[in-house]
Design a protein around this ligand. Structure first.
Ligand SMILES: [Zn+2]
Ligand SMILES: [Zn+2]
Length: 137
């Protein structure tokens, strides 16, 4: 994605396309895997952690990224599909490779809807499969 395309995308999601947001989003798209705040900090050495965090939050609030807790100890952020509204039907399995530490969205594998006992409301679910990815096999 070019910077121009990213700016357009941010605007379409009602996120003001600052230079920093454009850069953070581009990094997430280009990496092709979920990244943690620490991963991003390494890429943007001179940028305050809080600035990166605020960029991620504004993406999350506007359905541009979704958080993934893959059990590695830090939450990672993955890019959402264009039409994602992060509702139950957009939830999918994430795969964590224990060799390379990459976490990927498996959008072709939706999380099955489970019937909860009466009185419980479904809000979020994490479905993590860990193992070895094709790159490491
Ligand atoms: Zn791997
Ligand atoms: Zn995902």
């Amino acid at each position: 994605m070019t910077n121009k395309e990213i700016e357009k995308k941010l605007e379409s999601k009602n996120v003001k396309p600052t230079a920093m947001r454009t850069l953070v989003y581009k990094t997430l798209v280009d990496s092709g895997k979920a990244l943690s705040l620490a991963d991003l900090e390494i890429q943007f050495e001179k940028v305050e952690r809080s600035t990166i965090f605020r960029a991620l939050k504004s993406f999350e609030d506007n359905f541009m990224v979704h958080p993934v807790d893959d059990g590695s100890g830090s939450v990672k952020y993955a890019v959402c599909d264009d039409d994602c509204t992060c509702n139950i039907h957009d939830l999918h399995v994430h795969f964590y490779c224990t060799r390379c530490g990459r976490t990927r969205c498996m959008k072709e594998l939706p999380i099955p809807e489970m019937k909860l006992p009466a009185g419980y409301t479904y809000r979020k679910a994490q479905f993590i499969i860990s193992g070895v990815c094709p790159r490491c096999d």
